[in-house]
Design a binder for this molecule. Sequence first.
Ligand SMILES: [Zn+2]
Length: 203
Amino acid sequence: MRVLSLGAHPDDIEIGMGGTLAKYSKKGHEVLMLIATVPNKKEMRIKESEKAARILGAELNILNINPEKLVFSRELVRELDKVMSDFCPDVVFTHWVHDSHQDHVSIAKATIASTRKNGYSVYMYEQTIPGGIVPYCFRPQMYVDISDVIELKKESVIAHKSQLDVNNEWWLYGIEGRATYRGYQIRSKYAESFEIIKDILKI
Ligand SMILES: [Zn+2]
């Protein structure tokens, strides 16, 4: 299976669904992490992303969009259309469309647009941590037990050392805390959860 995960920035995907990606790659599936833009400390953050992708067993592709121009537009949808036709995913993951960060919302909307006429299942991972307060509620509709790969998820987040320096260890407590909470909801130790845009049942 070919799995595509989209994130606006380095570290978004690892925070949102690093555990799920680690599970996919451990099972031999092809995983591609696609980052739209690197807003600052470019060289360092690309290296950190490469390290994180290696930890998760994923390929990495950075679109290198000018951060000032990352908006939901025909141009962005065209970029993602190209990714879809080049990679031909079976399943696509993207940001939560109600995330507080405008770049995350742009990627979520562009993903929805570029998956409009094909047979992929499409899911949204939870709001990135740290995140602002939003007047919407994430409705977890699909869960993945990540108890066996929680250390890989944490390692992939820690690979973003520049962000660990900015956010300090509370960042990691938040990420682990949410995984614990989602795990509790499905009677596992750790989990990640998703909202469904479309789920194509293959019977
Ligand atoms: Zn981000």
